[in-house]
Structures are given as C-alpha cells and as structure tokens.
Design a protein around this ligand. Structure first.
Ligand code: K2U
Ligand code: ZN
Length: 172
C-alpha cells in the first residue's frame, strides 16, 4: 500500500537507521510498499526512514519511464565499498523536501554491497544517475539530506519553506 512520505524537518529523517538483522516476510511487504510509494510519488529512489521506518532498507528504479524495462531494486543494509575520484554534479531533489532542487557534487561511480530480498549478498558498481541515487538513499539511512551539502543560508531558506508548507498542509 502507498505510505505517507515524511516531510523535512522531521526528527525521524535525522536518525541513523538500524541494520536489518534478517530478511523476513514483513520486511518483504515493507519493500513492496516502498516501491509502490516510490512509483506513485513519482520518484527513482526511496529510503525506509522517509516513510517513518528507521531500518537500513532502500528501493530504487532509475530506469527512465519508456526508456526500457523497469528495474525495481531492493537493497537491505547497503554500503558503499568503493567510490571514484571523479565527481559528478547533479541537481538533486528529495521526496521529503518537495519542489526544492540544488546542485550536489558526489563521486561519479560507486561500488555498493547489500543483501537482496532473497537473502543473497550482492555487489554492483553504479554509474550516472544510479550512482547519484544510491548515494542519496544511503545518506537517508544515516540521517543525511541533500540540503546538508548546501550552505547554511540556502539550507535555512529551504527548511523555512518546508515549515510553511507543513503549516499549510496541517490547515488542510
Ligand atoms: O530519496 C528520495 O527522496 C527520492 C529522490 C531520489 C533522488 C534524488 C536526487 C537524485 C537522484 C535520485 C528523488 O526525489 S526521486 C525524484 C527525482 C527523479 C529524477 C531526478 C531527480 C529526482
Ligand atoms: Zn531524498
């Protein structure tokens, strides 16, 4: 089912999430809900803390719509084990910080190790938008948002905009 996505500022988005000890059927259902929520947003990635679950689980599908078969990915306990010297700049957004975009510099390629839904350990190198997305999602598991890479003024301006948005949404 589609879950509500937490909006910054929210303490649950700043938490360092707990590792997933073992893959269970309820974690499989959570991953399914996260993929459904991500596609509905729409987005190309989503981390469990964004729906209020402080566990180290992310989902991704960075295949452009209509550009090929979707590639939904579920990554438990993902960790970057190598990152390139080369950097990429990408104008990032975040489903927890709606309609705010800013340039973020990150390694252009990363190798990531994780456990899949089948409980099998995997390792893959990501490039391009996949590399940006997987780093953005793993940051979420460590309570880090893309605005944390911006200067204080820009970060404060975006935070104030989100506080206003939340007040307006609360008024319904
Ligand atoms: O984690 C999230 O909030 C989903 C992010 C993932 C993402 C952010 C920046 C760059 C790559 C991935 C996005 O909101 S998904 C929406 C999106 C789609 C395409 C390009 C940028 C952002
Ligand atoms: Zn995000």
């Amino acid at each position: 089912m589609i879950r509500p996505i937490l909006i910054h500022p929210d303490p649950r988005l700043k938490k360092v999430c707990d590792p997933v000890p073992a893959i269970s059927s309820e974690l499989g259902k959570l991953a399914e809900d996260m993929l459904e929520t991500m596609y509905d947003a729409p987005g190309i990635g989503l981390a469990a803390p964004q729906i209020g679950v402080a566990k180290r689980l992310i989902v991704m599908d960075c295949v452009k719509e209509g550009a090929g078969d979707p590639r939904p990915m579920v990554l438990f306990n993902p960790e970057v084990v190598w990152s390139s010297e080369d950097l990429n700049i990408y104008e990032e957004g975040c489903l927890s910080i709606p309609d705010q975009y800013a340039e973020v510099k990150r390694p252009a390629s990363v190798a990531v190790r994780w456990t899949g839904l089948d409980g099998v350990a995997q390792e893959e190198q990501f490039d391009g938008i996949w590399a940006t997305c997987v780093q953005h999602e793993i940051d979420h598991l460590n309570g880090k948002l893309f605005i944390d890479y911006l200067g204080l003024m820009k970060r404060q301006m975006i935070t104030r905009k989100m506080e206003k948005l939340k007040r307006e949404r609360a008024r319904g």
